[in-house]
Design a protein around this ligand. Structure first.
Ligand SMILES: C[C@](O)(CO)[C@H](O)COP(=O)(O)OP(=O)(O)OC[C@H]1O[C@@H](n2ccc(N)nc2=O)[C@H](O)[C@@H]1O
Ligand SMILES: Nc1ncnc2c1ncn2[C@@H]1O[C@H](COP(=O)(O)OP(=O)(O)OP(=O)(O)O)[C@@H](O)[C@H]1O
Length: 281
């Protein structure tokens, strides 16, 4: 049996930073969705060894070693059991360190896929606890559906959010998440209003923000250019940065407009990474 698992890109539509815990981690309030675009993990049988191979356009920026989040997830799930094997192949399409949680999505895909492949049948709460050990974004990637995340990212509530067309743009400059959090001057900011109104997409566009956007722009000014380019594209409803950057997203009602924006941006900025896709619902 070969199992194929999607590792969709995570997009923080809103990211409010509310404070900082004594261990340095930040408290956040985030509206998250996922692109129907990402990495792919395949799982094939192997006697009792866990191995990893990397392929795909972004594979050169990563190593298939024990530090790879896929291997870390597999080892964490196997735990003390040393009779479990799997031949893992990761097709890497998401740029590394780009604010769309590629590593976290890969780790979540490994947890989800191997729980089924090894017939462990661990309950969701147990998987979520292992996920959080691997990274703050991994529990939300386990869900991979629209949600609101609080705490340091682990306190998750599902959200009904219809699918929209989305263009993702990255200037091909990787950004360190801790560096952006360190550059954030005001750590205590207002939460997302509990009165978010319908239609929810308009409410997100008009009343929420990404508190990491300005600190990230201070480190990587090209992010402003990505945002300006997306905002200027015909049909773009709003554009914002995801996570700690540098990837920015633009939301479109019409898929023709999203595809046209993607084509035009790719021609104008051939060095950028640009994708037209839809959000999950
Ligand atoms: C910015 C976001 O992508 C928004 O979804 C996440 O909060 C980051 O999640 P992540 O990359 O999975 O984060 P981790 O791998 O757990 O942590 C990387 C580093 O980011 C910082 N970090 C992360 C999450 C969080 N709530 N507060 C933090 O301050 C810490 O410096 C931490 O050492
Ligand atoms: N399979 C993997 N894919 C991507 N990065 C990985 C992977 N395994 C380990 N890493 C490491 O994880 C770190 C973060 O990578 P990732 O691409 O998830 O960042 P990100 O998109 O900024 O994430 P986030 O939005 O969660 O902050 C990098 O230092 C990278 O080397």
């Amino acid at each position: 049996m070969v199992l194929r698992v999607d590792a969709y890109a995570k997009v923080n539509l809103a990211l409010h930073i509310l404070g900082q815990r004594s261990d340095g981690y930040h408290l956040l309030d985030s509206i998250v969705t996922f692109a129907r675009y990402g990495d792919t993990l395949t799982i094939a049988p192997s006697s009792n060894e866990i191995s990893l191979e990397l392929h795909g356009p972004e594979a050169d920026n990563l190593k298939a070693d024990a530090d790879n989040l896929v291997m870390r997830a597999a080892k964490a799930l196997a735990g003390e059991r040393n009779n479990l094997g799997a031949r893992l192949t990761l097709t890497k399409r998401l740029p590394v360190s780009s604010g769309i949680g590629g590593g976290s999505a890969d780790a979540a895909a490994a947890l989800r896929g191997l729980n089924e492949f090894w017939a462990l049948n661990l309950p969701q709460e147990k998987l979520a606890a292992i996920a959080l050990e691997l990274g703050a974004d991994v529990p939300m990637c386990l869900a991979s559906t629209p949600l609101r995340a609080r705490g340091i990212g682990e306190d998750i509530t599902p959200l009904a959010l219809p699918s929209k067309n989305m263009v993702l743009v990255n200037p091909r400059i990787s950004v360190s998440t801790p560096a952006v959090f360190s550059a954030l001057a005001i750590k205590e900011n207002p939460a997302i209003a509990d009165t978010l109104s319908r239609p929810l997409w308009e409410s997100i566009a008009d009343t929420t923000r990404n508190d990491l956007q300005n600190p990230a722009i201070a480190l990587v000014p090209e992010i402003s250019q990505c945002l300006e380019t997306l905002s200027a594209a015909p049909g773009c409803r709003f554009a914002r940065m995801s996570g700690s950057g540098a990837t920015c997203f633009g939301i479109f009602d019409e898929d023709e407009a999203a595809n046209a924006a993607k084509e035009a941006i790719a021609v104008k900025h051939p060095q950028w990474w640009v994708v037209a896709t839809q959000t999950v619902s």
